[in-house]
Design a binder for this molecule. Structure first.
Ligand code: CP
Length: 330
């Protein structure tokens, strides 16, 4: 795999499960006293973010540093984009400095694909418009696996502004590939005009849906992407689709509450619900670093012919480290 632009680049359950196994190994590295391995020494990872980010940007940079890669960070607000430099020229300029991977976030769907067509470096989609956010879906899948053991036969409700959500698109692809059933819940105006080809059910009755699900995944109300009036008011949205305290009581005791962040506390999720033990929001961020280490490893360190765990063990032996993956795990 040269680039990670979409969940489809992982070729279904096998590829996603390979990332999950590698993530287990890198979770172990992250818990060490010195959470660092020399795996990507000599490699350089650049962040090319045309949109704001806290979690994705910091966790890619942390992941690259924990793998001993050099990092280069680009911020639109202090760059020559403000002098009119194009995306193509910016990407080629960064590549000319010698980078092995470029992590791209952009408000236009397809921008990372365009960058991948211009540069020789590996390109990772860190969120493009309404299209995809594949590493978010991988860290979400990993979080469900850690909490619930498996996605097979699990029922996930994704609630809210599906229309503008790249997270929903990547999550539906990853969760269903791993065997879950997904129901989308939200007002008709916040669903895509057509759901043809989406392997999902749809519900407009969150109260009826909640007792049936293992996971309720709340999406942020993306007011910055709404160019038309799609809701009477946020207050009405919260009354119908917000995970309020009374509504959270309808969940089964073992169900979990997820959100990609950043949250609008008091809109899609009540502050008290965000802080419940069933909420995995902070855990998702923690897992994000190890997931992104796994993705950088696969793109920049892996030999295509060997199994992923075998490659981690070989690297550990080469650098005289404790094995990252136990013998017997493929
Ligand atoms: N979940 C997510 O992508 O958060 P950031 O926008 O802070 O990166």
């Amino acid at each position: 795999m040269k680039h990670l632009l979409s969940i489809d680049d992982l070729d279904g359950a096998d590829g996603i499960e390979e990332v999950m196994r590698l993530t287990d190994s890198f979770m172990e590295v992250s818990q060490r006293q010195i959470p660092k391995v020399p795996t990507l020494r000599g490699k350089t990872v650049a962040s090319l973010f045309y949109e704001d980010s806290t979690r994705t940007r910091l966790s890619f940079e942390t992941a690259a540093k924990r793998l001993s890669a050099d990092t280069m960070s680009f911020s639109v607000s202090s760059s020559s984009v403000n002098k009119g430099e194009s995306l193509r020229d910016t990407a080629l300029t960064i590549e000319a400095m010698g980078v092995d991977a470029i992590v791209v976030r952009h408000s236009s769907s397809g921008a990372p694909h365009r960058v991948a067509s211009w540069v020789d470096a590996s390109v990772i989609n860190a969120g493009d418009g309404w299209h995809e956010h594949p590493t978010q879906a991988l860290l979400d899948s990993y979080t469900i696996l850690r909490r619930l053991g498996s996605l097979v036969g699990r029922h996930v409700a994704i609630v809210g502004d599906i229309k503008h959500s790249r997270v929903a698109r990547s999550d539906v692809a990853a969760f269903t590939a791993l065997g879950a059933t997904v129901t989308l819940a939200g007002p008709p105006t916040l669903l895509p005009p057509s759901l043809e080809g989406w392997p999902v059910e749809v519900s407009h009755d969150l109260d009826a849906l909640l007792p049936e699900v293992d996971v309720v995944y709340l999406l942020r109300m993306q007011r910055e992407r709404m160019t038309e009036a799609l809701l009477p008011s946020l207050r009405e949205y919260t009354a119908t689709y917000g995970l309020t305290v009374p509504r959270a009581r309808r969940l089964r005791p073992d169900a979990i509450v997820m959100h990609p962040g950043p949250m609008n506390r008091g809109v899609e999720i009540a502050p008290e619900v965000a802080d419940l033990p069933q909420s995995t929001i902070v855990e998702q961020v923690r897992h994000g670093v190890a997931v992104r280490m796994a993705v950088l490893f696969l793109l920049l360190a892996a030999e295509p012919s060997a199994g992923a765990a075998e490659r981690v063990r070989a690297l550990a032996a080469e650098h005289e480290l404790e094995p990252l993956v136990p013998e017997g795990v493929r």
